[in-house]
Structure formats: structure tokens, C-alpha cells
Design a protein around this ligand. Sequence first.
Ligand code: SF4
Length: 289
Amino acid sequence: MNYEGMIIRPPSEANSILLQVTVGCSHNKCTFCGTYKGVRFKIKDEAIIDKDIQYAAENFPFLRRLFITDGDALILPQPRLTGILTRIREKMPWIQRVGLYGNAKSILRKSLEELQELRDLGLGIVYLGLESGDAQVLREIRKGVSPERMIEAGQKIRAAGIKLSVTALLGIAGPERSLQHARATGQVLSAMDPNYVGVLTLMILPNTELGDKSERGEFHLMQLPGLLRELREMLFYTDLTRGLFLSNHASNYLALKVKMPSEKDKALALIDKALQGDVRLRPEWSRAL
Ligand code: SF4
């Protein structure tokens, strides 16, 4: 397969074929993100993508899922994306689900009918980085979208019949705004009602704007137990009709897998126990992004 630069994918796509159709991220402005720093965003040539689809068809007949990378593949013009999904279906009819990252702007650029067309061609899940539901935090981290637009984007994916997985970031507001960020994020998640919520904990990367801010003492990395309180507040304010609230990413201190809504109270009680020091947390040395 032809891969350029760093390839990232959600943890749940660990066993998926990774098909790179774009290089970098069309937004590339988030202050905490160093994944594509210095990488010029581009859509790869059709011939290269076709060759990769052919290679995957010949070599991965045992894999049932495919994930389209890089950062924001939903930005592709509709004919390019439908063409890619069609070729995936023709060459690999055994693929049961195609997933990709889509930011709120790219989702909102597509009409509901276009999203439904993508769903009919096999797009089964979109991963959306919310990070925070707090308007001030979203502005500060340069996410480029308001909470209202985030909600609109999430609801549009759900209305199109595509599964939605949304990430939120503990610690991104810093200690002063922590609980406000947690509450607002829970409220936005509730309004989106995604199938999956994936919580990550901020780890500051040196090659980022946030890394520079932290070095200058203008941003303070949150520690325990504040992060547990933030997680508790976020979960408390998150009401989903169904789905999973997960904090099992390697960056988190406390791993949760909460079936919503039935296991929410049990999970809140577990966080309370952790706050009292009665639950084993992930040691610092084993945390990773
Ligand atoms: S967090 Fe996502 S949208 Fe923001 S710069 Fe990184 S890849 Fe792009």
C-alpha cells in the first residue's frame, strides 16, 4: 500500500484495511494537534488509490472493515468519494463497513442526500473530533467550529443513517475552566446522541502551539484528581439514548466502557471510588497517544 507521512486511525479500526486517500488534514489549525504539522494537505491521485484498492483486494480478503485516511477524508468532492466507495465495493464485496474521519465543516458541506448516498455505498461510520462543547475552549484551540455547528454536524450524520463516533478531550480547558468544559461537552454530546463517545486525555506535544503556550506558562496541564472530576462531570451531563461511552484510550488514567444509559450510574460510582483512591489507575509511564 502507498502511505505518505504519518497514518493515524481510531483504536476501533485497529483491524481495518487502511486506505490513504488524502495526505494531512484540511484544517490543520488545532493548537493541541501535531499529527500533520508541516504537511501540506492534498488529495492523492486516483491511479495510486486504485492501485491500493486492487492490492488490498488481492491481499486482505480476511479483513471485513476498511478505514479511509488521513485527517479529514470527508472533504473529498462527492464524485471522488462515491467513486472510491464504488470501487471498494466492486473489488472487495466482503467489506462490511467503511469508516473515515470527518470534521464538522466537511460534514456540513454535504447535503443530507449526499451523506445518504455515501451510506448506501458502504460508509458505515464517521469519526468526529468534538474535543469540547464549550464555545470559549473551541475558539481557544482553533477548532474552527461553534458548539451549535458541531451539534448540527453530528445530528446530520445520524439523520443520514451513518454511525457516529465522537471524541472529547479531558484537560483541554485547563484547570480553571475544567468543569465548565465538562458540562458543556456532556450537553453537546447529548444533543448529538452519537453511537460512541471516545474520551481521551490531553498530552501536550512539543511541536504544537499548545506546547509553546505550556512552555511559556500560559497553559497548565491538568493532573489527577482534577481529571477524574472532569471525567465524572462529563459523563454526568451526557445522556445518550443508546451506545457506548468509552475512556479506554491509552491516554486515560481510568478506563471505562459504559453502556448507555443503563450503566451510567455504576460508572459514576466507579469514578467516585477512583477519586477516593480505591481503584487502580493507569500508571503514568504506560500512557500514550
Ligand atoms: S485535531 Fe483533527 S482537525 Fe484538528 S488539526 Fe488535528 S487532524 Fe486536523
